[in-house]
Design a protein around this ligand. Sequence first.
Ligand SMILES: NC(=O)c1ccc[n+]([C@@H]2O[C@H](COP(=O)([O-])OP(=O)(O)OC[C@H]3O[C@@H](n4cnc5c(N)ncnc54)[C@H](OP(=O)(O)O)[C@@H]3O)[C@@H](O)[C@H]2O)c1
Length: 312
Amino acid sequence: MRDARVGVVGATGAVGAIVLEILRERGYENVRPFASARSAGSRLPDGSVIEEATPEALSAGDLDLCFFSVGTSASRELVPHAVRGGAICVDKSAAFRLEPGIPLVVPEVNGDSALEHNGVLANPNCCAIPLALALKPLHNAAGLRAVRVATYQSASGAGAQRLQRLLNEPQAEHDLAMDWDYDGEEFEEESKLREETRKILELPELPVSATCVRVPVPVGHAESVWLETEEPLSPAQARELLARAESVRVEKFPTPGQAAGGDEALVGRIRRDPAAENGLSLFIACDNLRKGAALNGIQIAELVLAGRPVPA
Ligand SMILES: NC(=O)c1ccc[n+]([C@@H]2O[C@H](COP(=O)([O-])OP(=O)(O)OC[C@H]3O[C@@H](n4cnc5c(N)ncnc54)[C@H](OP(=O)(O)O)[C@@H]3O)[C@@H](O)[C@H]2O)c1
């Protein structure tokens, strides 16, 4: 598996840099960074030279695996070329997530769905991943009836340039923002969170209402969650279920700063919601660049590679 020939498309971006870092940590040796013509030819800090992600380069047949973190329209254009060249593609944009037949995978939640694919697997939205990690064990135990969520999303969630802008900005200018596409009623991020959570949990009718807000935090997204279950579930039972859940760590007061750099979704503030029957509230914090993006994508690829021999 570790000798797979890997392409990282979007290698100069916020997510791509972390994909490269985690691949290195995990011992992958045959990794090629790709980006747009803007950065092609320049060198990354490790000395590797960035290639331009052209249709010809991606379809040449010399990649087993290709990670895309380039944005929706570039993914729509480029991913099919890499698939044509025989690479298994893990895409982190919204381009393919809701397409029927394309697995949208959080390995700990619906890993089995990764085993049937047509070359493309989608990595969910950076808030949908930790939300699904926390909801799944509670759903298995008591059945989810409704979910309400308010997010507090960091600047790095909007890319490397946005992160740099926050770091350069005087603190007095820090503000909340709502900077996603708006359809007059809802932000795209809010509908993504609803539709992706439904797809991952295989609960197509689950009522999910979301309010998404960007906060002046460099890395780490947080989420306040109010959920209702079919059967009663006490905070103590929920805490115990979450303490046993994979890639979840129960913390008293989880914060983005605490989650940044780590590989788990931190879940805390687990308490009864007195405003609902069978209601529970909890608070989640997770590194949006690692488990929210790069790490989850690599875990998806490893699931697939484990089920398929890599060409010599
Ligand atoms: N940031 C997060 O927390 C997060 C989490 C989950 C998913 N995502 C998704 O991941 C994707 C990338 O996000 P990001 O935050 O890493 O963005 P970013 O920091 O702005 O990086 C974008 C990357 O895409 C490359 N790129 C842009 N257009 C390209 C093209 N036509 N061909 C080849 N490369 C191209 C850029 O290369 P140049 O340097 O050459 O311009 C850069 O490497 C987006 O779809 C985003 O929604 C992000």
